[in-house]
Write a protein that binds this ligand. Sequence first.
Ligand code: NAD
Length: 486
Amino acid sequence: MSRDSDIEILNFIDGELGSASSGATLDLFEPATGERVGRVAASDATDVDRAVAAAKRAFPGWSRTPAAERSRLLLRLADLIEGDFENLIEMESRDTGKSISLARKLDIPRAVLNFRFFATAILHEQAESHATDQAAVNYTLRQPLGVAGLISPWNLPLYLLSWKIAPAIATGNTCVAKPSELTPRTAMRLSELVAEAEIPRGVINIVHGRGPEAGAAISGHPEVPLISFTGGTATGEIVARTAAPMFKKLSLELGGKNPNVIFADADLDEAIAGTLRSSFWNQGEICLCGSRILVERSIFDEFMKRFVEETEKLVVGDPLDDATDVGALISREHLDKVLGYVELAREEGGEIVSGGKRPGSLPPRIANGWFLEPTIITGLGSECRTFQEEIFGPVVTVTPFDDEDEAVRLANDVRYGLSASVWTSNLGRAHRVAARIDSGTVWVNTWLLRDLRTAFGGMKASGVGREGGRWSLEFFTEPKTVCVKL
Ligand code: NAD
């Protein structure tokens, strides 16, 4: 890759890196400095057509490649990602503004794991068989569909891109993937590693560009029979509107406004440590962040005192510094949007107990970066927009509740249903509340502890479908029943 001030992000189509066919580019920025650092191919339907054609040509050969060989190639790619670890964590940190320590412990290890997990999962597949008395035997073949369309967001770039590419190609599909135009660097590095791993050309194609052009060309492409999309709920609606009438298989992983419910009987040290992470990891820019903190009234004051103290110890600073906890937000526009919500919270009668503004003094390198202090708001009812809408920044609300019923009512009182955390030492309550919360995942006394075999996805406006383990293997294959008369 070229000098840092002149990065050029290219498409990867049919095994070759190249510009968008129109020659158009988008500016690429480093959130921590606010400076333009390069340009990104601004692809359109012509580039997507080329990528889909390449993926179609590669499909017959790849889908017939034995699972053991596909597995070997994916494992080789995982090793190459691991071998490029230090480079990738720096790229991810520079591209997103996230702290390099988070990229080191979360993003890149998970990208390696995604490829290893699905590379080995396909070696252990089992098929169903049903004997119809003595008359017939039925068995189920699971076959890849063809070209998978994969669209991913900016908050966990390589983590989420690989979460889609790995199961798609492990099961024998080929793919056209579009990472976020805001964070394309690790995707381009992945392209180079795919070539180095000698994965056949056309199996993985990566097209860069804006959503309404490159993304829409993928979701609306007649030769792409399945779409896996992760991003905002409003964009998910557009993708669904395009794909549904074309009868595409669709997986939508969308936004969240997740409750973090703390009962008086919880281990408060653990609850506060977990809440700090679920509030401010990745600047609150994780779909699973627990941005609505609900606390039992009898411990509300003690919780607030300690939570504010711990929050104010977090280091907001240069993402490239290992000591930094909270880095920069993804863009100027996003920072303005998040600051707009802080202003709205004030108008709605909320009290900004901590943060709420840009940090006072930052080192020269990052003086113009898109930073915001971790922000804690109280005093808002559940009807407030600040409580209802996904902010996707380092901003949480804290709300007291009186009993279990009220906690569940508040937890469920939003349009989203992605995840929740429940902190309690009462075993019966933990199971009861977990069963009553409307979300795809409920963590008890923890947050973001993921086993890749489990179902992941959202209820309500947080999405449709599940990914992870056998759910991904099923999504990326079509079951076919073969009935043999005896
Ligand atoms: P976004 O919806 O703006 O963009 C996501 C991707 O969709 C990008 O690649 C974008 O270019 C593309 N896109 C935009 N318009 C499109 C269109 N018309 N057709 C096709 N593609 C289009 O989301 P974002 O701002 O990048 O990411 C933040 C959102 O993602 C948050 O809402 C967050 O909660 C959500 N998210 C959800 C999960 C999950 O697993 N549920 C995980 C991470 C992020």
